[in-house]
Design a protein. Structure first.
Length: 270
C-alpha cells in the first residue's frame, strides 16, 4: 500500500490492537498519535516508531485518515476540539466509537454529511493478531477510492463486512464482544479438563486449538454448522450425549440471551 499519513486520536486497547496488527504487515504509512496522557502515548509511540502530536488538532493536520479511538463519552469534546482542523485539512474520518452514527459525528463537526468523509467501523481486538472482524459503513461523502483504502487497511489485519448502520449493534454482539464470550467458553471447557485431572494450561491449549480448528472448518466448508454437528455425533456416542446435556442446560438460549444483553446495552436500552 502506498505511503500515507494515518492519525490516531486515542491510544487505548483498540487503537493499539490495530496499530500492532499493521506492524506485523507491510504497511507503508506514517502514524501520528495523541491521547489524554503523555505518560500513556509517548512510551508506546517510542516503542513502535510512531510520531507523537501535542494535541488532537495536530493529529488531524498531519493525517489523510484520522482514526477516532476514544470512549463515546469523550467523543463530543474531541470533535469540538478538532472541528476547525477538520475543516482545514479535510481528512477522511474513521470512527470506531461505539454507538455514535456518521450523522451525529458530522453534526458535531458542524458540517453537512456531504462535506465530510466519515467511515464508521467496528473492529475487534483480534486485529492485534491480524484476525479481526471489522464492519464498515461509509457516509455519502466518502469517495470509492478512499473507502477502498480504509477497507484494505482492515483486510490487512483480518476480514471486513460492509454493513448498514442499523446492523452495527448486532455486529457488536457477533464480533465486537464475542471474543470475550469465546474466551469464556474456552475457559469453561478448560475448567472441565481440570475437574478431570488435567493442568489448566494444558487444558486451555487443547480447548483453544479445538475452537480454532472448528472455526476454520466452518469458514472453509460448505456445510452449515448444524450439518457439521451431525457429522461429529456418532449414533449412541459420547458427543451426542454431551451435546444434549449442553442443550438441557440451556446452551443456545444462554448464547442468544448474552447477545440480547449486548445489543440492548449498545442501543441504550439497558
Ligand atoms: N476495546 C474493544 O474491544 C473495542 C472494540 C470495538 C470498538 N471499540 C471502541 O473503540 C473506542 C476505544 O476503546 P478502547 O477499548 O481502546 O478504550 P480505552 O482503552 O479506554 O482507550 C481510550 C483512549 O482514549 C484516550 N483519550 C481519553 N480522552 C482523550 C482525549 N480528550 N483526547 C484524546 N484521547 C483521549 C485515552 O488516553 P490515555 O491512554 O492517554 O489515557 C485512551 O488512549 C471506544 O469507543 C470503544 O467503544 C472498542
Amino acid at each position: 500500500m502506498k505511503l500515507m499519513n494515518l492519525g490516531f486520536i486515542g491510544a487505548g486497547n483498540m487503537a493499539r490492537a490495530i496499530i500492532n496488527g499493521w506492524q506485523t504487515k507491510e504497511l507503508d504509512a506514517e502514524i501520528y498519535l495523541h491521547s489524554a496522557h503523555k505518560t500513556s502515548y509517548e512510551p508506546y509511540a517510542k516503542e513502535k516508531g510512531l510520531k507523537t502530536c501535542e494535541t488532537n488538532s495536530e493529529v488531524v493536520l498531519q493525517a489523510d485518515y484520522v482514526f477516532l479511538a476514544v470512549k463515546p463519552i469523550i467523543l463530543g469534546e474531541v470533535l469540538t476540539e478538532i472541528k476547525a482542523a477538520v475543516k482545514r485539512q479535510k481528512p477522511v474520518i474513521v470512527s470506531m466509537v461505539t454507538g455514535v452514527s456518521v450523522a451525529e459525528i458530522a453534526e458535531h463537526l458542524e458540517l453537512a454529511e456531504n462535506e465530510v468523509e466519515i467511515v464508521r467501523i467496528m473492529p475487534n481486538v483480534n486485529a492485534e493478531i491480524a484476525e479481526a472482524m471489522t464492519a464498515l459503513h461509509a457516509n455519502q461523502a466518502v469517495t470509492p477510492a478512499h473507502f477502498e483504502i480504509v477497507q484494505q487497511l482492515f483486510e490487512l489485519i483480518g476480514k471486513t463486512e460492509i454493513m448498514a448502520e442499523r446492523d452495527f449493534s448486532t455486529f457488536v454482539a457477533l464480533a465486537g464482544s464475542s471474543p470475550a464470550y469465546v474466551y469464556f467458553f474456552i475457559d469453561a471447557m478448560a475448567r472441565a479438563g481440570v475437574k478431570y485431572g488435567l493442568k489448566k494450561e494444558q487444558a486451555t491449549k487443547i480447548a483453544a486449538q479445538a475452537v480454532l480448528g472448528s472455526a476454520k472448518k466452518v469458514l472453509s466448508d460448505e456445510k452449515t454448522p448444524m450439518q457439521l454437528v451431525d457429522d461429529v455425533c456418532s449414533p449412541g456416542g459420547t458427543t451426542i450425549a454431551g451435546l444434549l446435556a449442553l442443550e438441557e442446560a440451556g446452551f443456545m438460549t444462554a448464547v442468544v440471551k448474552g447477545m440480547d444483553a449486548t445489543i440492548n446495552k449498545d442501543q441504550g436500552k439497558a
